[in-house]
Design a protein around this ligand. Structure first.
Ligand code: ATR
Length: 275
């Protein structure tokens, strides 16, 4: 039984390491590999899935949107984000696309960081695909409010509008004024700003309470300048590895119907952190 992660570039993907660890642990006869692929060959992997040659597929950049035309169905997470990171065959042999990024984020917060989402106030930097995935899940959990801050304010506004019927108050703030208010419980950087070491994302934390959690979904570098700054200011900071593992765990569950245990999550984290 074979599974694949497809993308371009794909060399640095951590997905094979993560999934092969769980495949072995649960004594599944299978292997998870990475495949660098060109756009005009995307259809072939879906064809292989339908012929039973592949058990499942993860999709990464730059194909999360482009793969959609080759699929038969999208689940609700993929529909709302119009992006797919997980593909499986359903019982009618239809190729279904899902997006586990948002669920992975929420599951990391609630299961690994033990955050109770009810009544929490979120401050979210970025309004791209990752932000959309995260917000689409957060609004389902009785949170109190979301503030979106994005360099291009129009994108933040259209994202807020998209979830206006959720019943959760969503406001938009100017990127030039990165100053979360004293009510904020969780700050999340979902923007790609910070991936390069020269990217210095800096916020004014003077109003924040000490218990506010600071998260960055970036895990390469392990500690962005943004996290470094806030750690120095004595906040609790977390990089994107936890979310990475939890989104993988959600994919694994789609393919094998196995709900991974805390210990499985922790073991993979240790492997990644010791690399
Ligand atoms: P992803 O799917 O990873 O979210 P994306 O949809 O391309 O990727 O979104 C990237 C996000 O990072 C956007 O919020 C983008 O801001 P803009 O909407 O203004 O483009 C943000 N981003 C990328 N580079 C940035 C930079 N140099 N400064 C500020 N924000 C940046």
């Amino acid at each position: 039984m074979k599974l694949l992660v497809i993308g371009n570039p794909i060399k640095h993907s951590k997905s094979p390491m993560i999934h092969n660890y769980w495949i072995k642990k649960y004594k599944i006869k299978g292997i998870y590999e990475k495949l660098k692929i060109e756009e005009n060959n995307l259809w072939q992997v879906i064809d292989e899935l339908k012929k039973g040659k592949l058990k499942g597929i993860n999709v990464t950049l730059p194909y999360k949107e482009k793969i959609i035309t080759f699929l038969d169905k999208l689940d609700s997470s993929a529909k709302v984000s119009q992006a797919v990171n997980t593909i499986f065959l359903d019982k009618n042999e239809k190729a279904v696309g899902a997006n586990t990024d948002g669920v992975g984020f929420v599951s990391y917060l609630t299961k690994d960081l033990n955050v109770k989402l009810k009544d929490k106030n979120f401050y979210i930097l970025g309004a791209g695909g990752s932000s959309l995935g995260i917000i689409s899940e957060l609004v389902k959990h009785g949170i109190s409010s979301i503030t979106i801050v994005n360099r291009t304010i129009k994108k933040a506004e259209s994202l807020a509008k998209k979830f206006s019927s959720s019943g959760i108050p969503i406001t938009v703030h100017d990127w030039k004024l990165l100053k979360p208010g004293k009510n904020i419980d969780v700050v999340v950087n979902t923007s790609s700003f910070g991936m390069k070491n020269t990217d210095v994302l800096s916020i004014n934390s003077s109003k924040l309470k000490k218990e506010t959690l600071i998260l960055d979904i970036i895990y390469e570098p392990r500690e962005t300048e943004f996290l470094k700054q806030l750690k120095k200011e004595k906040f609790k900071t977390h990089n994107g590895i936890g979310m990475l593992i939890r989104q993988a765990a959600e994919s694994f569950n789609f393919w094998f119907n196995i709900s991974l245990k805390k210990e499985d999550i922790e073991n993979v984290r240790k492997i990644i952190e010791n690399k």
